[in-house]
Ligand binder design. Sequence first.
Ligand SMILES: Nc1ncnc2c1ncn2[C@@H]1O[C@H](COP(=O)(O)OP(=O)(O)OP(=O)(O)O)[C@@H](O)[C@H]1O
Ligand SMILES: [Mg+2]
Length: 347
Amino acid sequence: MVKKNVQAVLNGLGIAVFVLDKNRTVLFANSMGRKLFGKGLTGSSFDAALPDDKFQFVFDKVLRGQESAAADILLPTTVPTLYRVSVTRFDDESNSEPFRAAVSFEDISHVRDAQLMRSDFVANVSHELRSPLTAVYGLIGTLQGSAKDDPEAQQRFLEMMETEAKRMMRLVDDLLSLSKVQASERQQPEDQLDILPLLESVVNTLGPVIAKEEKRVKVTSTQLRTHVIGDAEELRQVFQNLIENAVKYSPRGTEVEVYTCSQKAEPGYLCICVADQGDGIDPADIPRLTERFYRIDKGRSRAKGGTGLGLAIVKHILIRHRGKLKIESKPGNGSTFSVFLPRVGRA
Ligand SMILES: Nc1ncnc2c1ncn2[C@@H]1O[C@H](COP(=O)(O)OP(=O)(O)OP(=O)(O)O)[C@@H](O)[C@H]1O
Ligand SMILES: [Mg+2]
């Protein structure tokens, strides 16, 4: 059997461990093991707890002489969980049947989730890049063919190619921006800056878009001090995207308000709201808006030159700033995006 002091060590481990004999009878289960398959397993066959061919296959390999073997097995627990199940042999010399196998269960769901996210991301990026590339490719064909001797059509197609090329460039720039912010997430910026002139400068930069969309953007503050701790360039990106979204996704002739809001702010934070009079956002969409490439209406976003990465970049910049983003909206009643940033001199 397993010695008392070894049992104590095994019980302290954060992974499930079992000791089986050559017939797969359970000789010992540590605390996590008992949690995983319930008590009362000792003395009975492990096959009752884990009737899995993959496990029996790796166990047989070890029984036939291999030092150790492992398999990834999905257990149908309340939340299905993927485990790396490892079987390692050792000998209990005090017994006439010395074969023993230590079986451990390591939760590797997070590894699988990361892999899935990565392949989802690659699929999304390829798709997003492919659409403008296909368009450019098609236009080249037309320029070489039917539009060969039509200068007017050539001009039109060249303009379309320029739009598609610009879209690809934005996508690559946004992807680079996102990966740069994610890479520096652990390191909180230390600079101090007044957010009010930055907001006004963003509105100035967006002047042509605001004019094209026939909107008005008003920046107001009721706060005496509007100094925050942050990186000016990154915060410019945050408000540029939020104000541009408010302008893009609301009807012509309406107003976008950018204001500091003291009621909402938690101690130590400055809250800046960007509110529009648009159609609003369905509550079901709100939690997904900051996912990469998530767009409620793909066609509408594309038509406005969007890549669907703006709010993902905003989210990661705010994580780096130890800030927060809150989205409130009622369909038909506009949306308010509130940004919380650490104030200078916070407790
Ligand atoms: N103020 C808003 N009102 C209504 N819908 C919004 C608003 N802001 C964002 N959205 C929705 O959220 C989606 C994601 O926004 P995000 O800024 O991430 O991407 P985008 O604006 O489509 O593209 P990009 O910002 O990269 O140019 C938008 O496509 C839109 O559907
Ligand atoms: Mg956007």
